[in-house]
Design a protein around this ligand. Structure first.
Ligand SMILES: Cc1cc2nc3c(=O)[nH]c(=O)nc-3n(C[C@H](O)[C@H](O)[C@H](O)COP(=O)(O)OP(=O)(O)OC[C@H]3O[C@@H](n4cnc5c(N)ncnc54)[C@H](O)[C@@H]3O)c2cc1C
Length: 354
């Protein structure tokens, strides 16, 4: 077999994760087409290497010791638009930059992704954890996910209902973890549709610059919402900005726990008022509230690892290592468990060396 895909050895991974941590990968492949993904997977099989698929590295934490396998970075490109009455089917290759893709949809007056502006990463990762923010999730608009089965190397497709989406969850992260490489995603977006404004915080932000009474649909309204989302995110250091050290993170490090109604009632009996939201399968308690109430304020540090000064759920690299950062995460988890009896799950994918 001739290997046409770009393969390098001993590649430092810190430059491929937004938090800037991690040792070197034994092998690192850039895959610009489906064929190159297949070649990289065959190479891995021939040498019995572990495979770690990578998009923009904004939800991936690599070990200090690196990764003793092959990292396959997905670089497939291309976006196509198919008009369908009041709707548009937009298909994007997995390696497209998410935020650039969202901007392009807004520029065309396509509604459905505007609240997801400013999120880093690649399109191919968006279905993995059902990316969401400010009342929108990709499960609202995804109609098809194209993928490659890592075992059979055969191309497969799933419609939105087959993806098993839940809160920061999907089949690709659950039962079928590490089974597929997503190669493309198709979204059904509304042409000249109205933007989604579900969160009071977002409504307030929009009202600070635009009159909501005269707020219409289509491009200007979508743009105004995207601008408001971006402004809110920037204040929380939730957009990647090299000049903002508090944005050297992986976004939220902990998921909001969903607990049963009975557990929630018991918690209220012991602790008084507890903020909450209804959720599938129970009651969602904001992890940020739990962390702060357990005695971990914004800016809390363990060496060079810190809770962001601008967001209670983001852990930031102020000159740290992965093991120190995970030490901070465990300390927070233990504190929340002791105070509330609730386990906090980590959101990012932690890639161990072997
Ligand atoms: C500042 C900041 C803010 C953030 N805000 C949000 C937010 O508001 N909402 C939210 O949901 N997330 C948020 N995130 C998390 C992250 O941006 C998203 O989860 C994003 O979708 C990850 O994309 P990525 O390409 O960087 O994924 P990566 O980190 O590269 O990969 C994440 C996981 O997906 C897998 N994966 C990636 N690409 C593919 C593929 N093509 N096929 C199969 N598996 C794949 C990887 O193997 C890994 O398991 C934020 C992160 C940061 C740093």
């Amino acid at each position: 077999m001739t290997e046409t895909f770009l393969l390098r050895e001993d590649v430092p991974l810190s430059g491929y994760s937004t938090i800037g941590l991690g040792g070197a990968a034994r092998y690192f492949a850039l895959s610009r087409s489906q064929e190159e993904v297949v070649q990289a997977l065959r190479f891995a099989r021939s040498r019995a290497l572990r495979v770690q698929v990578l998009g923009g590295g904004s939800n991936t934490l690599f070990a200090d010791a690196g990764f003793n396998g092959i990292v396959v970075k997905i670089e497939l490109r291309g976006v196509s638009y198919l008009e369908d009455g009041d709707w548009c089917l937009v298909s994007a290759a997995a390696g497209e930059d998410w935020d650039t893709f969202v901007r392009a949809c807004i520029d065309r007056g396509l509604a459905g992704l505007e609240c997801l502006s400013g999120i880093p990463g690649a399109v191919g990762a968006s279905p993995i954890q059902n990316v969401g923010a400010y009342g929108q999730e990709v499960r609202d608009t995804i109609v098809r996910v194209d993928a490659l089965d890592r075992g059979s190397l055969v191309a497969v497709a799933f419609d939105g209902r087959e993806c098993g989406f839940g809160y920061r969850q999907s089949r690709f992260k659950g039962n079928d973890k590490d089974r597929f490489v997503v190669t493309g995603v198709t979204f059904r977006l509304q042409r000249n549709g109205p933007p989604s404004i579900r969160y009071p915080e977002l409504r307030k932000q929009i009202e600070s610059s635009v009159d909501l009474q005269s707020f219409g649909a289509g491009r200007p309204a979508l743009q105004a919402v995207a601008d408001a989302v971006r402004a809110l995110r920037r204040r929380k250091s939730m957009v990647i900005d090299p000049s903002d050290p508090q944005s050297k993170s992986l976004g939220s490090f902990f998921l909001n726990p969903v607990i049963t109604t009975e557990a929630f009632e018991r918690l209220k009996e012991r602790r008084g008022e507890v903020p909450s939201f209804p959720a599938e399968g129970g009651i969602k308690v904001p992890a940020a509230w739990l962390v702060e109430q357990a005695g971990f304020p914004r800016g809390y540090r363990l060496g060079g690892a810190a809770i962001s000064a601008n967001h209670a759920l983001a852990l930031v690299n102020l000159g740290t290592t992965t093991s120190e950062l995970l030490g901070l995460a465990r300390r927070i988890q233990e504190g929340v468990r002791q105070r509330f009896g609730i386990s906090l799950d980590m959101e990012p994918v932690v890639v161990l060396q072997d």
